[in-house]
Write a protein that binds this ligand. Structure first.
Ligand code: ADP
Length: 716
């Protein structure tokens, strides 16, 4: 028996909530009226027709047409997951979107968030096993679930939302789901996208010659006037602030949506806009209306996320200048979250993007120019409710001649180590020829295989080792999971578990600008362990635990309480996985070996991230990749040790290494003999230093320079 639209509308209009068997509240009815005005709603019959007769379908529609909020509900009325003991999943590339949409849908369905409707994002989960039948998950979380349960047996329908974003996890999920669909006839898949590049998805999910069916949701949008600047702006944040204030003074009523790049930049811009607006209002109270400025980025706590949907402030007096809401956002507002009431868009033309250089194995997140497609999406956000304006803070010439047509899919510009390990764990043997929508660069795949082989996660033939099998179960980069798994052998798994958790969350150190800067630095200095940044992280977490009953402790020490509690949650989550594999939680009581052992364990995972001091100016050279780097200014070491292990390579004003601890060269030779095979090193200071260590150990004089021998590992 297949559900049809009239039945569903009747149920929605009824008095009893079919999912809870309780009467609908009055709030429900009000929201329902609004929902009915969404474009998706008027195509409910078409949706059911296609959904009922196909296993896989594609759905495209303008952002804001109701895809993310309504389609999963339509499917719930059809799948009846609550009576069949199944679940519906809807993936989102952004964690903020997963949380806000889940909250909205729980309201719309008149159920409890965290019970019937839930969400799961990294470090945060609001679900109840057995009760939750609709869950919004980040694509990464669903990919993790697929590793544990390749048939995704608990789901009746899986919706891949925002597929046009082409995140690494969504791309991999598309390939996996195509395969699962063949094995599970009862599983349905809906791929949703905001752009009209639907043909690519239709072809990818085709069956033989038959393309996957497509449902187009026709949305209505208003014209948007696009304005460019004439001369390039040297400081785009400054330009953003000026433009927002100009709009506020000169333009008609309507909210402003600003696109910037990172969290800190967004928070900072908000503060400055607020301050300058207040100054303006003080000077000209009769001609400037009230203004509120709200940040929107990935690490926003759930309690603040709803703020973006609040109403603009009312004018101070009747007929006075209009109040305005300004939302300063990152790309999540491009298509994933729609804020009604936006009439003006201010586009910096930039976004934080992942770039991977497989040659030197460095992945970085850089503010880079967006594509034409993104610029168009951003502009479109101004025309949701009436004609709008988009202020592009770049020249028309840049737009026409310099911006790429489309953003490159993430799979083409990512470090693939974790993904490749996941695929191998899922039994995919030919990683190079896997069914990718866009095939990643072979060099990136080779680099990933090489790393996994060095870490002993796969053997020389590319087969998963038992160690690799366990590594794949952790939601961590392979270097981190290896360190964690090896740590009981060094009697420091308690400590490494903490360090790994702290390395996984956003930085816990707050960096206020202006007058508080010194205080923050002093607070950090008090928590710093001069022997190494990893130990500092451990110390910060332990101090946080000891002061848990003081709610102001984090704040007083210029630490992010939110990041700390995320680390705490994540630690518990990782601990559960460790227990599953009988990995003991142990600590050494011997003070002399305590720090040494922690650093030894780090070497076991991060031996490919070692740098050697090159000269007295404290330049370091990364081992084998030969990049000249310096210790990041945030580094707390009180000396410049000869050998260091680092967590991260960052490229800003120059290449830096961040989160650094001293290591001993003997450990490198002992715990990573294959990688530190001296014969495989280029001639240079690093090689000579290693040879000196070997000579000292064996008591033999330094051998003469040998010709570079053939090195199997290096050429694989
Ligand atoms: P799409 O997925 O097609 O982009 P959505 O389903 O996300 O569209 O959004 C549909 C509508 O619901 C939009 O007008 C959006 O502003 C509104 N909406 C979504 N979440 C919330 C919320 N938490 N509060 C208020 N309105 C919301």
């Amino acid at each position: 028996r297949k559900v049809k639209a009239p039945q569903v509308t009747r149920a929605m209009d009824g008095d009893i909530n079919p999912f809870t068997k309780r009467p609908f509240s009055s709030g429900y009815k009000k929201l329902l009226e609004r929902r009915k005005r969404l474009p998706v709603f008027s195509q409910m019959s078409e949706f059911y027709e296609m959904f009922n007769s196909n296993q896989i379908m594609i759905l495209v529609g303008e952002p804001g047409s109701g895809k993310s909020t309504q389609i999963p509900q339509f499917i719930a009325y059809s799948d009846l997951p609550h009576v069949k003991g199944k679940r519906i999943a809807c993936t989102q590339p952004w964690r903020v979107a997963a949380m806000t949409v889940a909250k909205r849908v729980a309201n719309e369905m008149d159920v409890t968030l965290g019970k019937e409707v839930g969400y799961a994002v990294r470090f945060e989960e609001m679900m109840e096993p057995g009760a939750t039948f609709l869950s919004y998950l980040t694509d990464e979380i669903l990919l993790r679930e697929a590793i544990n349960d390749p048939r995704l047996a608990q789901y009746s329908t899986i919706i891949l939302d925002e597929a046009h974003e082409r995140t690494l996890a969504t791309d991999v999920l598309m390939a996996l789901l195509k395969d699962v669909a063949r094995k599970r006839e009862d599983l349905k898949i809906v791929v949703m996208s905001a752009t009209l590049d639907a043909l690519k998805f239709q072809n990818y999910f085709s069956e033989g010659k038959r393309k996957a069916p497509l449902l187009k949701v026709s949305g209505r949008t208003f014209p948007v006037e696009t304005l460019y600047i004439r001369e390039p702006e040297p400081d785009y944040v400054e330009a953003v602030i000026r433009t927002v204030l100009m709009i506020h003074q000169a333009e008609d009523e309507g909210d402003i949506l600003v696109f910037l790049t990172g969290e800190e930049e967004i928070e900072d811009a908000c503060k400055r806009i607020k301050k300058e607006a207040d100054d303006l209002i003080d000077n000209m109270p009769d001609s400037v209306g009230p203004l509120i400025c709200i940040p929107l980025h990935s690490s926003l706590p759930p309690s603040q996320q709803q703020m973006i949907f609040c109403k603009a402030p009312a004018p101070r007096s009747r007929g006075g200048p209009p109040g305005r809401k300004v939302v300063v956002a990152m790309d999540v507002a491009e298509t994933s979250l729609t804020i009604d009431g936006v009439v003006y868009v201010v586009d910096s033309g930039l976004s934080k993007q992942k770039v991977y250089n497989p040659r030197i194995r460095v992945e970085s997140l850089l503010a880079a120019p967006i594509s034409k497609a993104s610029a168009q999406q951003r502009a479109g956000r101004a025309g949701r409710t009436k004609p709008g304006k988009c202020f592009r803070l770049y020249t028309e010439n840049v737009f026409i001649n310099e911006l790429e047509e489309q953003t490159y899919p993430e799979i083409l510009r990512s470090n693939l180590a974790s993904t490749v390990l996941a695929l191998i764990k899922l039994g995919i043997t030919d990683i190079l020829h896997f069914d990718y929508m866009d095939t990643p660069p072979p060099e990136s795949i080779m680099r990933a295989l090489e790393l996994l082989n060095y870490l002993a996660a796969i053997d020389d033939e590319g087969n998963l080792t038992p160690l690799g099998g366990i590594m794949a179960e952790f939601p961590l980069d392979p270097q981190l999971s290896k360190t964690l798994i090896i740590s009981p052998e060094f009697k420091c798994s308690n400590e490494i578990l903490t360090i790994v958790s702290m390395l996984s969350v956003p930085s816990v150190f707050m960096r206020p600008k202006n007058n508080q800067k010194k205080d923050a630095e002093a607070a950090k200095a008090l928590l710093t362990v001069p022997d190494g940044d990893h130990l500092t992280l451990l110390n910060v977490f332990n101090s946080y635990q000891q002061n848990k009953n003081d709610p102001n402790w984090a704040w007083n020490n210029y630490l992010s309480g939110r990041a700390l509690s995320q680390a705490d949650n994540f630690r518990t989550q990782l601990q559960r996985i460790m227990e599953r594999f009988d990995l003991d939680l142990v600590s050494s009581t011997d003070q002399r070996t305590f720090y040494v052992n922690i650093r030894k364990a780090l070497v076991c995972g991060f031996f490919m991230q070692i740098a050697h001091k090159e000269d007295e100016k404290n330049n370091y050279l990364t081992v084998k990749d030969n990049q000249i780097v310096a210790l990041h200014p945030s580094c707390g070491l009180d000396t410049n040790p000869e050998w260091v292990v680092f967590n991260e390579f960052v490229l800003t004003s120059r290449p830096w290494i961040r989160t650094v601890s001293e290591v001993r060269p003997e450990w490198l030779l002992e715990f990573a003999p294959v990688y530190f095979d001296v014969a495989s090193f280029q001639n240079g200071e690093t090689k000579r230093a290693l040879q000196r260590v070997i000579a000292k150990k064996t008591g033999v004089a330094m051998p003469p320079e040998k010709k570079k021998g053939k090195d199997r590992k290096e050429h694989k």
